[in-house]
Design a protein around this ligand. Structure first.
Ligand code: FES
Length: 165
C-alpha cells in the first residue's frame, strides 16, 4: 500500500507556469523598443494583475531597477496591482462626461456595488474604475464595461445594465 501523502500543488504549479510564460515574453520582447510597456501588458494578461512580486520578477530579468518598473505600472491606469473582478466598469471623467453627470454615475455605482473606485466587489464580479475621455463626448456621459461602451448613461438604469453581467 502506498502510504505517501500527496499534497496538492496546483496553486504553486499554476503560479510557476504563469511566471514561466512571463519569462518567455520577456525573452521575446526585452531587446525591442518600448519593451517594458509591452512586457507589462503581456504579463498582466497572463497573471491577471501586476503585484509587487511580478514587478520584481520582471525588473530582475530586464536588468532595470524595480522603481522604474513600478513607476510605469503606477503611471498607467490600465495596469493594476490588485486582482480584478470578472468585469471591469470604467466611468469616463473627461470634461463632457463629468459635466453631464459622470460623477453621479460613479456615486450610484459605488452605492450599488458597495465599493470605492479602484476596488473589486466581494463576489469578484465587478471592478470599478474611472477613465479619461474615450471620444464619445457627444453622447456623454459614457461608461464601459469590459469592451462594451454605454453612452448617455442614466444613473437609474445602471442596475439593469449590471444585471446583464
Ligand atoms: S468626456 Fe467622456 S467620452 Fe469624452
Amino acid at each position: 500500500m502506498n502510504t505517501q501523502t500527496k499534497t496538492c500543488t496546483c496553486k504553486t504549479e499554476s503560479e510557476h507556469e504563469k511566471l514561466e510564460r512571463i519569462e518567455e515574453v520577456i525573452e521575446e520582447y526585452k531587446d525591442k523598443e518600448g519593451s517594458l510597456i509591452q512586457i507589462l501588458h503581456m504579463a498582466q494578461g497572463i497573471y491577471g494583475y501586476l503585484p509587487l512580486k511580478v514587478q520584481q520578477f520582471i525588473a530582475e530579468r530586464i536588468n532595470k531597477p524595480l522603481s522604474e518598473v513600478s513607476g510605469v505600472v503606477t503611471f498607467y491606469s490600465y495596469f493594476s496591482t490588485m486582482p480584478k473582478g470578472k468585469n471591469t466598469i470604467r466611468v469616463c471623467l473627461g470634461t463632457a462626461c463629468y459635466v453631464r453627470g459622470g460623477k453621479k454615475i460613479i456615486e450610484r455605482l459605488k452605492e450599488i456595488l458597495e465599493v470605492d473606485v479602484g476596488a473589486t466587489t466581494q463576489d469578484g464580479r465587478f471592478t470599478l474604475e474611472v477613465m479619461r475621455c474615450i471620444g464619445a463626448c457627444g453622447l456623454a456621459p459614457a461608461i464601459t464595461i469590459n469592451d462594451k461602451v454605454y453612452k448617455q448613461v442614466n444613473p437609474d438604469k445602471l442596475r439593469s445594465i449590471l444585471d446583464q453581467y
